[in-house]
Structure formats: C-alpha cells, structure tokens
Design a protein around this ligand. Structure first.
Ligand SMILES: [Mg+2]
Length: 451
C-alpha cells in the first residue's frame, strides 16, 4: 500500500461537525439520580454475586481506584463504603431513550454506540454552522430532562470527537477545530485511542511508541510488521487523524447468526468445539457487518437422530466483544449437550443492540471479563412479592403506606429498604418484616420527555 495515498486527508470533511456524546458513569449516575441517599456517595453497579463484575463505578468510587470490568470483590475492597447495586436495565434503557431522542433533535444522523453513547453528524441538521451551540443546548436539555451529565466532544472525525469527549470528562464539552487537531492528538498516549488495546499498546511500546506523535513517526512497513497489515494501516492513518468512517445509524434487526450442516456427523468434544468456533466466526462476521452488539447468544445443535436443542446465554449487557460472545456460544453449546454425534450447529445473536461498547474494526482489545451469567436472570425479573430469593440490592419496591423505595438487602424475613425516589429527600434505611409488611417489586419510575 502506498503511504502517500494512505496519508491523503483530502477526502475528510473540512469542518468539525462530528459530535460524540457520552453520559458520565451512566449506570451509577442513574442510580444516584433515582436514589437520593446515594448522591455524592460511591456506587458500584454490576454483578452482586461471588463472580460479579463491575459494570460502572461512580466517580466517587473511581477516586478509590474502582473501575468497570474489575471484579466486584476487588472493587469492594478498594471502596468499602460503596453501595453495591444490581443493574436495573429497564431504568437505564428508559434514560437512554431520552438521551437518544434529545440527540436526534440535532440531526437525522445519530449512531448509537452503546446505551449511553452516540455519534451525531451535525452536517445533517440545523447546527452545521454552530457545533458548539448544538453541544451546549443539547447538554442543557439532557440535564433538564434526565438530570444526567453528558460529556460532548466535537471534531472532524469520529476518532477526534470520541477522544475529545473523553478528554472533557466529566461533564465536559470540547470542540477540536481541524486547525488544532495535531495539538490535540499528538500528545495523547496511544492507549487513549479507541481500538488500541493492551496487546497493541505493548507491541508499540517495544518500538518506543507511547504517544500519537511517536506513532506518527513510524513508517508504514514497521507498523504493519509489528501489528499486522490491517491494524498497521489503521494505526498509520489514525496517527494522522485520518478516519473516514461516516456516522451511520444502524437499522433494526432481530437476530443474526450462522449455521452449518456437516457432510458427515461430527463427534468428540475437540472436533465439536472447533466447529462451534467456525460457526461462531461466521456469525460474528455477520454481527460486525450488522453493527452493534448482542446480549443473548443462542446455540442450536441437531443430533444425528434429528433431535434439535437450543440453549441461550444472556450477558449482563450487550457486547460486541468477539471473545465474550464466543465464550457465550461455547457455553450455550455445552449446555445443549454435545456428547452425541452432531449433524448441524448454529450460533445466533439476539437482543441485538446498537448499544454495544465501541468496538472499532481494528479493535484487538482484550475482552472485559465475561459477565457472571449465573448472576443475571435470563428473563426480566417477574414482578411480585419481594422475597429473600428474588431480592437484589437496588431493585424498586413499593409498600402500601411507606410508598416507593429500594432494596438494600433482605435477610430471612427482614428487608432493609430506603423509602425514597427521584423527587424525595434522602431516606434512612428502614427494616421491614416481610411477614407482616409485604413489599411489592415494581418497575422503575422513569422520566418522560413531557415531564
Ligand atoms: Mg459513558
């Protein structure tokens, strides 16, 4: 490939009109919003069981060293005062819809990247000439409607917009004009660049490449030799701020997948595992083409006697991480029982979501630890009476006279609850005897656009 051609930026837009919006510690911020006693306090949202993983840490918990993707037990040790809460996806989705709807007032072209992150192409809306005003107004509007802080970055490319919103966090706004792009990009550590994971960063470090400026000094052939052809080409271009990816809203689809009927039935754990890998590769390729991620992975196994079994694994949240989805595919296939001869294997992804973590095509990041599947129900929690069995910290409950609140914990018949919600003052925890004072599990109260 010709380096001069790769470095040609003439096809890039000339104005900073790509906007990236990203809510600050989204799940934890929603919890602090809905639970007044937690405002200003450390909060960890994630799996609450023994193998639980942190989905989001509030800024207070981050100051103590807690991070997302860290094991919950480690995060708890670092931030012992933190409230540990089970995720309430219903609430997060409702807040997400409001954020996305508000962003949609800026442009027809909105590309959600995750539940709380989106790119907006301001060229396709009324603010092409005044991106900073678009950002100021939309941030104010989102805060008014949801009470949440959203950081915004604006640049000429997705790369710069995303890095700018990161740089502005928390509650920041940063516009990087094309003329200032080098001043912004060159000092950044390469690790800050989305798509450069620990493995690539380590390989680059062996070349003494630590910043984007160091990266720009590397010849194309050195980069492709170090990290492979396609990653090398991408790094070469990224180092020059060249990122021609358009803002592309993805279309809705229910599932994507692949299946394969074998010419001869296959038998044996190793052969079947290899076949699961091959079918998963094809399914992943289709998922990547579709864009976004998935939360549920279904394996379908047809045996030599034509009986067919399907099993699913549902993750704590949608992901586009190939390793995570592959692990779930193997888990589902094992659950379907693969001790007999297999005639057909299928792997499909469901609960598709544009709300997957940002995974760029050249992403080689090591995956976050898999969600503790046994910790997360496969179906939404059935609403009903609160019991010790169905209690999870953070869930919404309602009492006849005490009103709405949330579960702190339940031991036997004793439920500890804080009776508070978004508009009430902070409440102290209160112990309720479930035998005499039943509590009803209820869906989250969520704000609406008209509120
Ligand atoms: Mg965020």
């Amino acid at each position: 490939m010709d380096p001069a051609q790769l470095a040609d930026a003439s096809r890039l837009r000339t104005r900073a009109t790509v906007l990236h919006a990203d809510a600050d510690s989204f799940f934890a911020a929603v919890e602090q919003r809905d639970k007044p006693s937690l405002r200003g306090r450390p909060v960890l949202v994630g799996g609450t069981g023994p193998r639980g993983v942190v989905s989001t840490a509030s800024y207070e918990a981050r100051r103590a060293g807690a991070r997302s993707a860290m094991s919950m037990s480690r995060a708890r040790r670092l931030s012992p005062a933190a409230a540990v809460l089970f995720p309430r996806f219903e609430a997060y989705s409702a807040y997400s819809r409001l954020i996305m709807a508000t962003l949609a007032t800026l442009s027809e072209l909105v590309e959600p990247l995750s539940i709380d992150e989106a790119f907006v192409d301001l060229e396709a809306g009324p603010f092409a000439d005044d991106p900073a005003r678009a950002a100021t107004e939309v941030r104010a509007r989102i805060r008014e409607v949801t009470g949440l802080a959203v950081s915004i970055g604006i640049g000429r490319t997705k790369l710069v917009a995303k890095l700018a919103s990161d740089a502005g966090k928390p509650d920041g706004l940063l516009v990087v004009e094309p003329a200032d792009e080098d001043d912004f990009l060159l000092p950044l550590p390469v690790r800050a660049v989305p798509g450069i994971g620990p493995a690539t960063a380590a390989a680059l470090e062996r070349l003494d490449v630590r910043t984007v400026a160091d990266l720009r000094r590397q010849p194309l052939d050195i980069l492709t030799m170090t990290v492979g052809e396609s990653s090398g080409v991408n790094l070469f271009r990224l180092a020059r701020g060249i990122d021609p990816r358009p803002v592309a809203p993805s279309t809705e689809r229910k599932s994507v997948g692949a299946e394969r009927t074998f010419a001869q039935d296959i038998f044996g754990a190793d052969l079947i595992a290899a076949a699961v890998d091959r079918v998963t590769d094809e399914a992943l390729r289709r998922l990547t083409a579709h864009g976004g991620g998935a939360r549920t992975v279904v394996a379908k196994v047809r045996f030599a006697d034509f009986t067919t079994l399907t099993r699913s694994v549902t993750l704590a949240q949608p992901t586009a991480e190939p390793a995570e989805l592959r692990a779930a595919a193997h888990q589902a296939a094992r659950a379907a029982g693969i001790n007999d001869s297999v005639r057909l294997l299928g792997v499909s992804f469901h609960n598709l979501s544009p709300h997957a973590q940002l995974t760029l095509p050249w992403d080689d990041d090591e995956p976050a630890p898999a969600a503790a599947v046994d910790d997360v129900p496969d179906v939404p929690l059935a609403l009903g009476l609160l019991t010790e069995e169905n209690a999870r910290p953070g869930l919404d409950v309602e009492h006849d006279t005490l009103g709405r609140g949330w579960v702190v914990h339940v031991r036997g018949r004793q439920a500890t609850v804080r009776f508070e919600s978004v508009d009430t003052p902070p409440a102290r925890s209160q112990v309720v005897d479930l035998a005499t004072d039943p509590l009803l599990l209820v869906p989250p109260l969520t704000p609406t656009l008209d509120a």
